[in-house]
Ligand binder design. Sequence first.
Ligand SMILES: *Cc1c(COP(=O)(O)O)cnc(C)c1O
Length: 367
Amino acid sequence: MASAAATVSPFTHLVHPSPTPDEARRMILGAPGFGTAFSDHMVSIDWSEGRGWHDATIGPRRPIELDPACAVLHYAQEIFEGLKAYVQADGGLALFRPEANARRFADSARRMAMPELPEELFIESVKEIVRTDREWIPTVEGGSLYLRPFMFASEAFLGVRPAKAYKYLVIASPAGNYFKSGAPAVSIWVSEDYTRAAPGGTGAVKCGGNYAASLVPQAEAIARGHDQVVFLDAAEHKWVEELGGMNLYFVFADGSLVTPPLTGTILPGITRDSLLTLAREEGLEVREERYSLDQWCADAESGRMVEAFACGTAAVVTPVGKVAGRDGEFTIGGGGPGQQTQKLKARLVAIQRGEAPDPHGWIMRLD
Ligand SMILES: *Cc1c(COP(=O)(O)O)cnc(C)c1O
């Protein structure tokens, strides 16, 4: 209900008894990797039927105790978000389009029969942790503080219905480059035995369940010597959809771009949306249009399609160099990062880091 927005509770600050010593933190921030190190604090807000959202706190990051009957452990009512805080060119701190994450989190909650966290409370929670753990933003090239807001059903109950209690948490992880450096472009494996999302399912929702289902095909890709898996649509096994956690773009020799349309089975990426705007601003034609695997292969061979890239918050923009499937493989362009791909990535990164003007109001400064 919209009225919930009016009852935003302030955050209670709990003091950390033993934060990570400076020396140890500096070691971590020198080579942060992705998703392995965490900052000292976390945000927590509870929801229960009758009380709504309550007990908003920011305090020491610590394990959470769950009843063995906790609903999320059985029926996977869980959603999450991923966004980053950046140090700006002038030394200040900023988030990139957090209101878009807040809106998507609410959309995800509705689809998973969970209560919506008011969007302003989502944004406040993210700001709280960035301000508190600002010392955790790595200053290495490409560094940022990756934020992971998530919510799960916390009621102890084994019946099948939406839970009556939820926990919302935000944790933060210093991030370097997502893909191990060295590879100029990734190689992707087309999954023909598995699909990611079916019409009417949860493909457009950022829920853990989608990821659980993508792990076997992803492992298959790795076992075959590739970096990532690409999924086709579930109905015809023909149309290219996205990777396990990134959207796709195709760049043509005539300068135009294509990205698969948001039909409900594709996750509406904020990076995807931002690049759509930036490419159009450059005067490039961008079509949100279905693109088949057969066409992709034919276009790569004829030279009609010259670049492809994957995009998402974690890895930003990643060139795709090679595509392989049961019936063989093809190389895209020269197999390395394409010009248009690098240009779009540079444009986006410059805005995120406050090195270029922000005409769309995407940057939310924290100080
Ligand atoms: C999060 C995610 C993306 C990328 O979304 P961004 O908002 O750009 O980070 C793409 N595909 C899937 C399946 C995702 O979960």
